[in-house]
Design a protein around this ligand. Structure first.
Ligand SMILES: Cc1cc2nc3c(=O)[nH]c(=O)nc-3n(C[C@H](O)[C@H](O)[C@H](O)COP(=O)(O)O)c2cc1C
Length: 206
């Protein structure tokens, strides 16, 4: 009886420790999978994460648009190309907060990203990315008129012979949420970047 009283709390503590450890292993695995899946967005042809929805907040409005995922840096940044004159740049210049949404229809997998946008219009990294854009793809950044300017018809678009408005956007991720619909239980988990630059995982009720 005495032995039972002494050992029981220790066993309970040990089993708690083991279940915490198992939870951490599962969350780490989910994070590795989701990060790989994001990377496939630009590494694998036709991967559904190539295109994602990027949101910005205006004073009293939320705006969303589809963009192409170009890369993910070692520092957890999503790289996006855009025209420096576009509406999103005005919005991010005032409010850095951004949200990105990815959806994989075959896997019924949704990934939500939150973070801050950095607008880059010069420097070595900027030049390296601009040099990757060849031929007709450059047209997206050399229109005479800024994106969103009213025109009479779509044949009216004209292009600059010199100069461009290429702009690099970096979305520095600080929060990622994973949701996979599956039976018997959906899996939902959040990952928050802490002060030590480590991702802290937490399972959530789906
Ligand atoms: C398939 C697809 C991919 C797109 N990729 C980009 C992109 O990588 N960068 C970009 O600035 N706009 C891209 N666009 C256009 C945007 O959705 C949006 O119309 C444009 O950037 C203007 O948005 P804004 O006025 O909110 O700045 C894409 C549109 C589609 C349909």
């Amino acid at each position: 009886m005495f032995l039972k009283l002494k050992i029981a709390p220790k066993l309970r503590f040990l089993s708690l420790l083991i279940s915490k450890f198992e939870e951490k292993i599962m969350l780490d695995q989910i994070f590795t999978d989701l990060y790989n899946e994001l990377k496939f967005g630009y590494l694998k042809k036709k991967h559904p994460f190539r295109y994602f929805c990027l949101a910005s907040a205006n004073q009293n409005k939320i705006n969303q648009r589809t963009v192409v995922l170009r890369k993910i840096t070692e520092s957890n940044e999503l790289i996006i190309y855009t025209d420096a004159r576009s509406q999103k740049i005005k919005e991010y210049a005032e409010n850095k907060l951004a949200s990105a949404l990815f959806y994989h229809p075959k896997k019924l997998l949704q990934i939500q990203v939150q973070g801050k946008i950095q607008i880059i219009t010069s420097g070595k990294e900027y030049q390296e990315h601009w040099q990757k854009i060849q031929g007709n793809s450059q047209n997206d950044f050399i229109t005479q008129l800024p994106p969103g300017t009213p025109i009479k018809n779509s044949d009216e678009v004209s292009y600059k012979v010199e100069g461009h408005h290429f702009c690099l956007l970096k979305l520095k991720m600080n929060y990622v949420e994973y949701l996979q619909l599956k039976r018997p239980n959906h899996i939902r988990a959040s990952f928050t970047l802490n002060e030590e630059k480590e991702w802290e995982g937490q399972f959530l009720n789906p």
